[in-house]
Ligand binder design. Structure first.
Ligand SMILES: *Cc1c(COP(=O)(O)O)cnc(C)c1O
Length: 485
């Protein structure tokens, strides 16, 4: 499988786009073609274990870059006992025994959010490719809360890899911070940036383009701009559509969304032939995607902090991958990416992402979007707890909102993207109490924390990263200084 650049840059192999950083055009990599699975083939997959199923779904995207047996071994290690549920991604009835509305519980991995499902695999895949090449890299992550912890958990202690994670200072939940800053490992470094998530993301992008810095050591992305993340996520979407569909009917998928990574994966699963029906993008008050489907444009506004912080994003990076497919469909493989490049570059100048009328109309054929205010998030959490004593995390609540707001026919799967224990503040506000913490989170409560507060400016972060690369013991000692929260 070869990979195309959404903005028309050179074609690449999987290995190059995995560890090769981002594209010089500013675009993202997407598979040249989407593998097609026939209904007969899909029916045969239904009885496989999660790992064997993952192999069948992923191998077509990786053919030519990895031996089948190596992939099987990496998958087995990735979905081992660090996932505390069976199956790895369970479907749980929302309303009762016989209803056809489900939560797909994606919080049974090491950091209790869906990011683990991709990163446990991607970490091992990196390690596999780096062992082959003997290269040393630095992973730089901008996180709105959950990616950072999952990435640290995936890469901690690995040879040949240092990991630096930037989170918005005071912009994430306490538990999310502890999951990152509480990991004391020689290759793990945390920055609390005095800015918002979008600032973290802009600094990260600048670092990827900084040639002097990359000459010291290659800076690599594991944010959802890395295709490997999205590819891995399509496994559980395909899995859930197959298992929620009893007689072959199509299954609607609702996804609490921020950067649009998880939704793009679901969309790819649908294109592959899995029985997916309606796709619903569920946002919080940061509703860029809702505005897009309503108007065909996204005006950049600052993200407003919400109870669902992992969705506090003003412009969803991965949306470009979806637009790429529409542009190519409308204007062809040459013209499409060139035009998309123009429109994406205009965002920097005009502050608006605006697509042609026909692209907007085409987009609306594929999915719809709902918005959930901060008050509604708390109300759904309260109501759900009052109803059955169970608790829902604030991101999942934005997805639950779509069930209330829309009249979806047929089986429906809402992605439960995190465990409520990560968001005790919201839980308390909504229900007046805090649920029992899972043991993994309990253990973290008393953890010693290490992170460095840096001003919201590129040079400060570049110097920090430079010191990590130099790796002098005194630099490490200085960097390791605890910043008391
Ligand atoms: C990351 C995250 C999201 C948003 O996912 P995207 O792929 O960025 O759209 C939603 N909920 C939780 C709990 C998350 O961690």
């Amino acid at each position: 499988m070869k990979y195309n650049d959404t903005r028309g840059g050179d074609q690449k192999d999987l290995k190059d786009i995995l560890i090769g950083g981002t594209s010089p055009t500013g675009g993202l990599y997407v598979p040249e073609t989407i593998p097609q699975f026939s209904p007969e083939k899909i029916a045969q997959l239904k009885n496989l274990s999660y790992t064997d199923f993952a192999f069948e779904v992923l191998y077509p995207f990786m053919e030519g870059s990895i031996k089948p047996d190596d992939l099987k071994n990496i998958l087995r290690a990735s979905y081992g006992p660090q996932f505390e549920s069976n199956p790895v991604a369970p479907l749980v009835h929302i309303d009762g025994q016989d209803d056809n509305r489900y939560f797909l519980e994606l919080f049974h991995g090491p950091t209790l959010a869906f990011k683990d499902y991709a990163l446990q695999f991607v970490g091992r895949l990196f390690s596999h490719f780096l062992k082959e090449s003997g290269e040393k890299i630095l992973i730089l992550v901008a996180t709105s809360g959950d990616t950072g912890g999952a990435a640290i958990e995936a890469f901690r202690g690995m040879d040949n890899i240092d990991i630096v994670v930037m989170h918005p200072h005071n912009g994430i939940s306490e538990m999310q911070r502890k999951q990152m800053a509480g990991v004391i490992a020689p290759n793990v470094f945390n920055i609390a940036l005095e800015g918002a998530f979008d600032d973290c993301q802009n600094i990260m992008k600048a670092a990827f383009k900084d040639e002097a810095l990359n000459a010291k050591r290659k800076i690599v992305a594991v944010n959802s701009v890395n295709w490997a993340r999205l590819m891995t996520q399509l496994v559980y979407h395909a899995w859930s559509s197959l298992h929620a569909s009893e007689n072959g009917e199509r299954v609607n998928i609702v996804i609490p969304s921020g950067n649009y990574g998880n939704m793009h994966s679901a969309w790819v699963a649908k294109q592959m032939g899995f029985p997916v029906g309606e796709l619903v993008v569920a946002t919080n008050q940061n509703d860029a995607l809702v505005r897009f489907f309503e108007t065909g444009e996204i005006k950049l506004v600052k993200a407003k902090p919400s109870h669902a912080p992992s969705m506090d994003i003003n412009i969803p990076s991965n949306f470009e991958r979806f637009l790429h497919v529409l542009y190519v469909g409308q204007y062809g493989a040459q013209q499409g990416p060139a035009l998309l490049k123009e429109h994406m570059e205009a965002v920097g100048k005009t502050g608006v992402l605006k697509v042609p009328q026909e692209i907007w109309q085409a987009a609306r054929q594929h999915m719809q979007a709902t918005r959930c205010s901060d008050a509604e998030i708390l109300e759904h959490m309260r109501e759900y707890h009052a109803l059955n004593g169970n608790r829902m995390d604030p991101h999942t609540a934005a997805g639950y909102h779509a069930l209330v707001a829309l009249d979806l026919a047929g089986p429906t799967v809402v992605n439960a993207t995190a465990h409520v224990g990560k968001f005790a503040e919201a839980d308390l506000k909504a229900t007046g109490s805090v649920g029992e913490l899972p043991p993994r989170l309990k253990a973290l409560q008393k953890a010693e924390e290490r992170y460095t507060v840096l001003p919201n400016n590129y040079d400060a972060v570049r110097d920090f990263v430079g010191a990590v690369i130099e790796g002098q013991p005194q630099a490490h000692a200085r960097l390791a200084q605890a910043a008391t929260p």
